[in-house]
Ligand binder design. Structure first.
Ligand SMILES: [Cu+2]
Length: 483
């Protein structure tokens, strides 16, 4: 224990000294054991710092501002709906330190980068505050707070009143031991009502150590095999899943965002969230696979779709969370019942070991609540099923009806899906391409054509590349569904 605290103190002191330096140059300084060039990627596991932290995992994110589009295209008449100014996080893991500020300025995402770590990992999560270029009068700091996480060290808990917050140009590497599996969420805790309404939210989960048992291990009659995953260390395979999806609920008030962009008094008391969102999108954009580019600067600011695909027979784990600061939401799945196996990052088991999981078609979530819901598709025919909110006013994109919190579960015939995948062996890798890597690839492709990112014209070219990539993912997905 002392060793751990010693390491924490050392990290904090080094971070503080680096924060002072970072104001001087455009570089950012992050800490990642075995990362030799400062981009947040482990280069050398033989490095002495890494040998001290063999289970180290590194992520590098930024806090700042940016733009997002809502889904009300009928109202706006365009390909994207109403554009909103926002605050948010972005992933810069793999970006060279000298390029972080430029990459992430007005480059915020919503929701923030999904953070997934395995039980036993030590996460070195670096947060750089790139400032808010759209609001040069603001000098707000940012933090990362792991909501509901039971044992974050107070110094890394992100409450600005009692710990460190990160000012513009500064970087702090947060340090966490991932020792409690479950579904969490994270957000900025600085002026929380404002910064959360503006978009500083993200999904966070810790996968269970039970995933790494030896092949053939008996779990009270359930046989574990390599590649099996569980929501919790259940001891009996009852939280087994084949595929998991985050479904993060949130909502935006367009008048609040517009007031923020135009430096007007913020209407806290009149807050009225009329854009209900699932992974940062209203229906039907929840179904568009891959990241979406915004209309302000072409940045892929909406990284996460909410389309749920599974082969018939799969068990699908939905990691449901609500980070709305104004509303409860009820999610229903009328045709495909859900088994709730956990809430608040705790498996539903009594102190005497009794199974407290339950079957339901409906989950109601207050702000800050998370649920782990498993849908068993074994009894469902291949086809499309719907998940949506029963709060009818939340089935809209502001004034446009037929939107809001709704998505689809597409259950594929395993035989047909295998055929489609076999015809394109790169398919799996392409679908996994992260927004961050897609952006880097787009930049590299443009650089080869002699186009330097920076001017508006170049952004348009880059955006077109991204849209082409999105269309390609779209057609691949269609082919998979209708081979
Ligand atoms: Cu903030």
């Amino acid at each position: 224990m002392m060793r751990v605290y010693g390491a924490i103190v050392k990290l904090v002191l080094t971070s503080l000294s680096l924060m002072v330096v970072s104001g001087v140059s455009a570089d950012v300084y992050i800490q990642c054991p075995g990362d030799l060039d400062g981009d947040g990627v482990i280069d050398n596991t033989g490095d002495p710092f890494h040998q001290e932290h063999p289970n180290a995992v590194c992520r590098s994110i930024t806090g700042g501002d940016g733009y997002i589009n809502m889904a009300d295209t009928t109202v706006t008449g365009g390909t994207r709906g109403r554009q909103l100014y926002m605050f948010g996080f972005a992933d810069v893991t793999g970006v060279a330190p000298a390029d972080v500020i430029e990459t992430a300025t007005t480059g915020a995402w919503f929701p923030g980068p999904k953070i997934e770590v395995a039980e036993g990992d030590e996460l070195f999560l670096s947060l750089t505050n790139v400032g808010m270029a759209g609001r040069p009068d603001l000098d707000d700091p940012h933090t990362v707070h792991w909501h509901g996480y039971p044992d974050a060290a107070p110094i890394f808990d992100g409450l600005p009143d009692v710990s460190i917050s990160i000012h513009m140009g500064g970087t702090l590497t947060y340090y966490y031991n991932a020792n409690n599996p479950g579904t969490y969420m994270y957000h900025c805790h600085v002026e929380a009502t404002e910064h959360m309404q503006m978009g500083m939210l993200g999904s966070l989960y810790v996968t269970a150590a039970q995933d790494n048992l030896q092949d053939g291990t008996d779990l009270n009659g359930f046989t574990h095999h390599d590649g099996y995953s569980y929501a919790y260390n259940d001891g009996d395979g009852s939280t087994y899943y084949d595929v998991d999806y985050p479904l993060q609920l949130a909502s935006f008030d367009p008048e609040f965002h517009d007031a923020s962009e135009s430096t007007q008094p913020l209407p806290f008391a009149m807050m009225n969230d009329t854009y209900p969102l699932l992974n940062g999108r209203g229906y039907p954009e929840t179904l568009i696979p891959g990241p979406l580019a915004n209309t302000a600067n072409g940045i892929l600011s909406q990284p996460e779709d909410a389309l749920i695909s599974a082969f018939q027979g799969d068990k699908v784990l939905l990691r449901l969370s609500n980070l709305s600061i104004t509303q409860f939401f009820t999610i229903i799945s009328p045709q495909a019942p859900m088994k709730i196996v956990g809430t608040g990052a705790h498996q539903l088991v009594g102190t005497n070991g009794a199974d407290l999981s339950y079957m339901t078609n409906s989950v109601t979530m207050g702000g800050g609540q998370a649920f782990d819901a498993i849908i068993d598709t074994a009894g469902l025919d291949p086809g499309t099923y719907f998940i949506y909110t029963s709060n009818l006013n939340n089935l809209s994109n502001n004034t446009e009806a037929r939107g809001g919190i709704m998505t689809e579960i597409r259950i594929l015939d395993p035989v047909l899906a295998d055929l489609a995948l076999a015809s394109d062996p790169d398919e799996a890798a392409n679908v996994q391409l992260s927004p961050n890597l897609a952006l880097a690839a787009a930049r590299a492709a443009l650089a080869e054509q002699g186009v330097v990112i920076g001017s508006n014209a170049d952004w348009l070219a880059e955006r077109n590349l991204k849209l082409a990539e999105r269309d390609r993912l779209f057609s691949d997905r269609d082919q998979l569904l209708n081979p």
